[in-house]
Design a protein around this ligand. Sequence first.
Ligand code: UTP
Length: 291
Amino acid sequence: MKSKVRKAVFPAAGFGTRFLPATKAIPKEMLALVDKPIIQYGVEEALASGCEEIIIVTARGKSAIEDHFDISYELEASLEKRGKKELLQICRNVSNMVDLKYVRQKEAKGLGHAVLMAKDLVGNEPFAVILPDDVIDAPVPCLKQMIDTFDQVQGSILATMVIEGPAISAYGVLDGNALPGNPKVIEARGMVEKPKFEEAPSKNAIIGRYILTPAIFDLLEKITPGAGGELQLTDAIKGLLKTEKVYGLTFDGIRHDAGDKLGMLKATVDFALKRPDFGPPFREYLKSLSI
Ligand code: UTP
């Protein structure tokens, strides 16, 4: 019987140092992209892709995430009293979205360690991992594209995008060959974390969306600190390659690194321009700038 991807894990326990000082007291995942915290984009993507359970890996100082997805009685009562129906609906949509589960990562030991914290909540089934600071604007949700591919190949899937030039050195890079007749799906042979430009095995950079089989958990328990002294998810995925097939999927869509200041600015412009309520005046404003 084919396995189904029902659960999505959101590692959200990192320090967000690239966004200091904003992230000193506010979780990076709660930074607003236009008018929604970046983690909400990821949760909406997971739900639109058919996931039924959302698991968030949190840490000390991250309670704003739990509050955001919870009911806010005082705020709702106040909005109701003042007849602010639209705003009330916006708030209720968030708290009604889904029941979220939370698990703590006591120490930020790396992405691999954060995913391992979700082991008991995931159990013995394939699951998705969404890095909330990668916000993806896509005609079909990126995770849905990955789940459709998983349904065909029944193996772990990593979202990849083509990066031209030396910028590839900032990513994990996939080594492998496209499946016959399906150039967007690459069967992985290996992967290299942040290679030098000349040594990159391909232009296929791995970004923050994964579908993993539960075999990853045993491997995560065994890995030792890798790049940056952190327990790296990619090291465990390399181990997975020895026993299972792993694929890269070049998804259709645009990925924004909203955990980075410049990435967030670009995402803000793109998303704001698409807004029917204030996109047109914002476009006029941008045109008026003498740059
Ligand atoms: P990042 O490296 O982008 O996040 O990890 P970070 O460490 O918070 O940010 P910088 O680099 O210092 O600015 C990707 C995701 O993995 C989570 C982060 O919260 C982020 O959503 N993460 C990272 C954890 O949950 N635990 C960790 O130990 C590390």
